[in-house]
Ligand binder design. Structure first.
Ligand SMILES: Cc1cc2nc3c(=O)[nH]c(=O)nc-3n(C[C@H](O)[C@H](O)[C@H](O)COP(=O)(O)O)c2cc1C
Length: 257
């Protein structure tokens, strides 16, 4: 397994919208004029930050019920214009955005995170596999840095289906996408290595394990024990704990290795 922990990416994370049950409206309901106006301000600010901070690229967050995911998923997107209805229409806004960002910074510096199988924040799809296939095939038209795809069982509130325990539901997407394909969601070192060696992924992305183990690459290298992530401190604002206070590996003399 190769660990890409030296790639600095700027994540374009649109969370100005939320779910119906929280009382906010979805961004997918905005009219075209509002989308354009919002984007003018949003992009100008984001590109300024991107340029000033010297990141290697941009990962567009189109997963987990966030803004673009709301356009992709038919449980939320009931637009009747060119951004709603068919797979092509629901993917249009994301594809147009990737095109625009690519023109600004170069397609090879743009990545995208997707989760066709997820159902969080009320954003789910009645045909997630074909939505995912349509999306990755459309992404083949770009020379992207990578596509980052979340595994179904991790990004969905329903339990694994029997098929999902024996096969990887991401395999068809991986086979359909011609560029670099990253997977994420519940992987440990062993099944991460398995995903790479079986050809199901070019790289594995770790979230919770990295949070709990600031020296995760070193621990993988040494096959040492891992700190267990503490879910109770994931979203606690006061006091802010559980983000920078997990211990590093230490040798017998108490020195970081
Ligand atoms: C503490 C914590 C907070 C997260 N917050 C968000 C979030 O606000 N929005 C989001 O889309 N994903 C969020 N994620 C998901 C991660 O971006 C990533 O996709 C996921 O953790 C990968 O799976 P893994 O942790 O099993 O490796 C969060 C993950 C963690 C551990």
């Amino acid at each position: 397994m190769i660990l890409l922990h030296h790639l600095d990416l700027f994540v374009l994370f649109l969370s100005a919208t939320s779910c119906r049950s929280c009382g906010f409206s979805y961004g997918v309901y905005w009219n075209d004029q509002y989308i354009c106006r919002y984007y003018f301000v949003f992009w100008s600010l984001q590109f300024d930050v991107y340029r000033c901070t010297g990141f290697d690229g941009i990962e567009l967050h189109a997963a987990l019920g966030m803004y673009f995911d709301q356009f992709l998923k038919d449980s939320v997107n009931d637009r009747t214009d060119k951004y709603g209805g068919s797979f092509e229409n629901r993917c249009r806004h994301l594809i147009e955005t990737i095109q625009a960002v690519g023109e600004e910074i170069g397609q090879e510096r743009v990545a995208v995170k997707i989760s066709p199988f997820s159902d969080v924040f009320g954003a789910s799809d009645s045909d997630p596999l074909n939505l995912g296939l349509h999306l990755v095939k459309s992404l083949n038209n770009f020379n992207l840095l990578y596509v980052h795809c979340l595994a179904p069982h991790h990004s969905r509130t329903k339990p694994k289906t029997p098929e999902e325990t024996t096969t990887s539901p991401l395999t068809p997407l991986r086979e359909a996408y011609k560029g670099s394909f990253f997977v994420a969601g519940g992987y440990n070192q062993e099944d991460g290595n398995e995903a790479i060696s079986s050809g199901n992924a070019d790289a594995v992305v770790y979230g919770q394990l990295f949070l709990a183990n600031p020296d995760l690459p070193k621990r993988f290298e040494l096959h040492s024990a891992l700190n267990k992530p503490n879910h109770a401190t994931y979203y606690t604002p006061d006091p802010v704990v559980g983000y920078t206070d997990y211990p590093f590996l230490e040798d017998a003399h108490g020195i970081r290795v």
